[in-house]
Design a protein around this ligand. Structure first.
Ligand code: AMP
Length: 118
């Protein structure tokens, strides 16, 4: 799938639509999910045009990948999730029910999340 710069996260990154920001650096923007699936549900979005993890892993430089995942860890820490734990999820493609086609990592926590899938 080709990257479409009209996706909602690209618009958030450009400041065209608002978000509840929790963190931003040179590599990533993190904000609260509009329809949370856990008491804490934050999305971390890289500042690079890529559709999903599959795309990101091919396009991004090793340095960018390192910095991006470091940002994910910083966000989880700043959210106070380190001690009790958290889950990170990223969806690629239809079988994973990906709905926004700009790569993003979900950080979920704030309660015991149980097993991986219901
Ligand atoms: P995915 O299904 O992995 O593509 O996840 C997309 C996520 O983006 C869903 O959890 C949505 O609730 C969330 N979402 C969609 N639009 C917005 C928005 N404008 N602000 C924050 N989160 C959003």
């Amino acid at each position: 799938m080709a990257y479409d710069s009209n996706n909602v996260f690209a618009k958030i990154l450009r400041g065209e639509i608002p978000c509840k920001k929790v963190y931003e650096d040179e590599f990533a923007l993190a904000f609260h999910d509009i329809a949370p699936d856990a008491p804490v549900h934050v999305l971390v979005v890289p500042k690079i045009d890529c559709v999903s993890f599959d795309d990101f892993s091919q396009i991004a430089s090793a340095e960018f990948m390192k910095e991006f995942f470091s940002s994910v860890q910083k966000v989880a820490k700043e959210l106070g999730l380190q001690e009790n734990g958290y889950r990170i999820i990223t969806n690629h493609g239809p079988d994973a029910s990906q709905t926004v086609h700009h790569f993003h990592v979900h950080i979920l926590g704030g309660k015991n999340l149980g097993r991986l899938l219901p």
